[in-house]
Design a protein around this ligand. Structure first.
Ligand code: 6R9
Length: 571
C-alpha cells in the first residue's frame, strides 16, 4: 500500500539542501564544534554540560525541566554542573577510576542525571538499567560488566543479588533507608559534604563512556560499549534531524535505560544546550498531552507504540490541550505505521518523522530530514556521512527494490566499539566492510529505505528488544516447564507480543492457574515486558537435530503460514 508522499513544509530548517550537503560532507567539519579539536581534552560531560555552565549567557538557563506526579524541579546548567561535580567527588572518594563500570538502576529523577554526569566526569563507564528489571536481569548485567558501583533507590534494593556479585563493592542509595554495612553509601549525606569543585578527568575520544545491554537471538544480553567520540554524531543529528535551535524546549519520552534515552534524552539536546524536559511516572494520554502543553514543548521525540495508543484515544483528546508550541515530532523503535502519520497530520497538523537506528549504532542513521518529503512507511534516507545499503548474505550490494540485509558501511562516529567481553560477537556483525543490522529492508530508486522485518528471532514488543533465549531460559526454570520456545506474535498496538510454547514436566497438568503462575514467574524474575502474554502447552517443541528450537516453525504455525524447509527437523 503506497500512500502519497508528504512534502516538506516551509521552514527555517538547520539542514536545507540534503543532497548537496551530503556530497561535500566530512565528519571533521563537525568535530570543529568541539574544543577538543584543538585542546585534545575530551569528555562528553564537559561538552554537554560544563561548557554551557562556563558561558555567562547560558549558565542560568534551565537545562532540566523535571516533573513527575509528585515532584517538579527546574535545574540550570550551572546547578547541574555543581551537583555532578559533587557526585564525581563522591565517586573519587571511593576510588572509582577511569574505565570502571558504574551502574544506575533507578527511575528518572534529577539525581539520576547528577549521578550520570558525575560518572562521566571521573572517566568511568555509565551503565543505566531499566527500573522494571527484576533480579535475574539486573544480576546478569552487573555480573557481565563486573560493575564496581551501583546507584539505586532503596525500594529496588531487593532485586540486586548482592551475594552473586563479587565485583560490586559499593551501592549508593538515593533516598531514606535503614541499611547498615560498609557496602552502602548514602547519596544525600555524601552529597551534602562533597565539594562542588572537580577537575574533569580528560579521556581519549576512543575511551569507553556508556554500556547498554541489549538482546540478541541467542545467549544472554550483550553489553554494547559506546565511546566519547559518539558525541560527534549526537551533535550532528541533533542539528539535522531533531532540528534543535537555541530556544527549543525538547522532550524525549524514552527512559535512559534504553539507548534512545541517553543518546537523545541526554547527549543530543544538551550538546546543543537546549532545555530538556524529563517526565517521570507512567504513560497516560492526558499526562503526555499535559506535559507537552505545560512545558510548551517544541520538539518531541517518541515511539510508535505510544503514538498508536494516542491514536486510539482519539483526536478530540488532543483538542483539549494547547499544543501550539509544538513544531517537530519524531519517532523511533519500531515501524511507524503510515496510518499514524496520517493521523498526526490531522491531530497535530504536523508530520511525524521516522528515524531508524539501533543500540549498536549509537545514533540515528536512516532518518526523515525535516526539509525532505516523507514517504509514509519509509524510514527515510541515510544521514550525511553515512552510507547505507541492502546486501546479500556475503555482503554484496543488491539492486533497488529487492529485499535483503539492511547494512551500513563501517566507521560512523557513534558506532559501538565493543561487545563487552565478547570479541567474537562483535566481529560477527561485520561482513565485507558492512555492519549488518539484522533487519531486512529494501531501498527504492530514490534512495528511501523501507523496513521489512527482523531477520533473526529478536522480538520487538512496544519498542523494546526482547531476546527469546532469555525468556526461554527463565521459563524452563519453572518446575512445571520442560521445554520452551518463544516467538513474537504480531499485535496491532504493541507491534509484537511475546508468545511462549511450552511442554510440561510429568506430574503437571495444564490449567489456567498454572499458566498464569508461569507468566508471573517470568515477570517477577526477569521483567514485566519479557513475560509472555500468551502461553500455549504443546506435546513437543520442534527442534533441529542439533537441538536448536525452531522458532521460525513455531511462528509459521502460529500465523498459519507455509512451514518452509523442515529438513533439519528432529524426528
Ligand atoms: C534505537 C533503537 C533496534 C531495532 C532495529 C529495528 C527496530 C528501530 C525502527 C525500527 C522500524 C524504525 N527499529 N527503529 N524498525 N523502523 N524506525 O530502537 O534501538 O532497542 O536496539 O532496537 O528496533 O528492528 O534493529 P534498539
Amino acid at each position: 500500500m503506497d500512500m502519497q508522499a508528504i512534502p516538506a513544509r516551509e521552514g527555517e530548517y538547520n539542514l536545507k539542501n540534503y543532497e548537496d550537503f551530503r556530497k561535500d560532507f566530512s565528519w571533521e567539519d563537525v568535530e570543529k564544534n568541539f574544543s577538543w579539536h584543538e585542546t585534545g581534552k575530551v569528555n562528553m560531560a564537559y561538552e554537554a554540560l560544563d561548557k554551557h555552565a562556563d558561558n555567562p549567557d547560558k549558565k542560568d538557563k534551565i537545562a532540566l525541566l523535571y516533573s513527575d506526579p509528585n515532584r517538579e524541579e527546574k535545574v540550570s546548567f550551572d546547578e547541574l554542573r555543581l551537583k555532578s561535580n559533587k557526585f564525581a567527588n563522591v565517586l573519587k572518594k571511593y576510588d572509582v577510576q577511569k574505565g570502571d563500570r558504574v551502574f544506575l538502576f533507578m527511575s528518572r529523577s534529577p539525581e539520576f542525571y547528577e549521578a550520570f554526569f558525575g560518572i562521566l566526569k571521573v572517566g568511568a563507564i555509565a551503565g543505566p538499567l531499566f527500573e522494571a528489571f527484576m533480579e535475574q536481569a539486573v544480576g546478569d548485567r552487573l555480573e557481565n560488566s563486573e560493575a564496581r558501583v551501583l546507584i539505586t533507590t532503596p525500594d529496588l534494593l531487593y532485586r540486586i543479588p548482592q551475594d552473586k556479585l563479587p565485583n560490586l563493592e559499593k551501592i549508593v542509595l538515593v533516598g531514606e533507608h535503614e541499611e547498615e554495612g560498609d557496602q552502602y553509601i548514602d547519596f544525600h549525606t555524601e552529597m551534602k559534604s562533597a565539594s562542588t569543585d572537580f577537575d574533569i578527568v580528560w579521556v581519549d575520544r576512543e575511551d569507553g563512556m556508556l554500556l547498554h545491554y541489549t538482546s540478541g537471538s541467542t545467549g544472554k544480553p550483550k553489553g554494547i560499549l559506546h565511546v566519547h567520540n559518539a558525541m560527534i554524531q549526537h551533535y550532528a543529528t541533533g542539528e539535522w534531524v531533531l532540528d534543535l535551535k537555541e530556544d527549543d524546549i525538547y522532550w524525549c519520552t524514552a527512559d535512559p535505560g534504553w539507548v534512545t534515552g541517553t543518546s537523545y534524552g541526554i547527549f543530543a539536546p544538551w550538546l546543543h544546550g537546549v532545555t530538556n524536559v524529563i517526565r517521570g511516572g507512567r504513560f497516560s494520554p492526558d499526562d503526555w498531552y499535559k506535559t507537552l502543553q505545560d512545558n510548551q514543548v517544541t520538539v518531541w521525540y517518541t515511539a510508535p507504540t505510544a503514538l498508536r495508543m494516542l491514536v486510539s484515544y482519539g483526536e478530540e483528546k488532543v483538542r483539549e490541550y494547547d499544543l501550539s508550541a509544538l513544531r517537530h515530532i519524531l519517532s523511533v523503535g519500531e515501524p511507524l505505521n503510515p496510518e499514524v502519520i496520517t493521523w498526526g497530520l490531522k491531530a497535530f497538523d504536523l508530520r511525524i518523522h521516522d528515524t531508524w537506528w539501533m543500540t549498536e549504532t549509537g545514533a540515528q542513521l536512516i532518518v526523515n530530514i525535516p526539509a525532505l518529503e516523507i514517504r509514509p512507511g519509509s524510514m527515510g534516507k541515510p544521514i550525511p556521512g553515512v552510507e547505507a545499503s541492502i546486501v546479500d548474505n556475503e555482503g554484496n550490494e543488491i539492486p533497488p527494490n529487492q529485499m535483503g540485509n539492511l547494512a551500513i558501511k563501517e566507521g560512523w562516529p557513534a558506532m559501538m566499539r565493543e561487545v563487552w567481553n565478547n570479541k567474537g560477537k562483535y566481529e560477527s556483525y561485520f561482513i565485507n566492510g558492512w555492519y549488518v543490522s539484522g533487519d531486512s529492508a529494501y531501498r527504492d530508486e530514490d534512495g528511501y529505505f523501507w523496513f521489512q522485518g527482523r531477520l533473526d528471532d529478536v522480538i520487538n514488543t512496544s519498542g523494546e528488544r526482547v531476546g527469546p533465549f532469555e525468556v526461554e531460559s527463565k521459563l524452563i526454570e519453572h518446575p512445571a516447564v520442560a521445554e520452551a520456545g518463544v516467538i513474537g506474535k504480531p499485535d496491532p498496538e504493541r507491534g509484537e507480543i511475546i508468545k511462549a510454547f511450552i511442554t510440561l514436566n510429568p506430574g503437571h497438568e495444564k490449567s489456567d492457574e498454572l499458566l498464569e503462575e508461569i507468566r508471573q514467574f517470568v515477570k517477577k524474575e526477569l521483567s514485566a515486558h519479557a513475560a509472555p502474554r500468551e502461553i500455549e502447552v504443546k506435546d513437543s517443541i520442534p527442534k533441529t537435530r542439533s537441538g536448536k528450537i525452531m522458532r521460525r516453525l513455531l511462528k509459521s504455525w502460529e500465523l498459519g503460514l507455509p512451514t518452509g524447509d523442515t529438513s533439519t527437523l528432529e524426528e
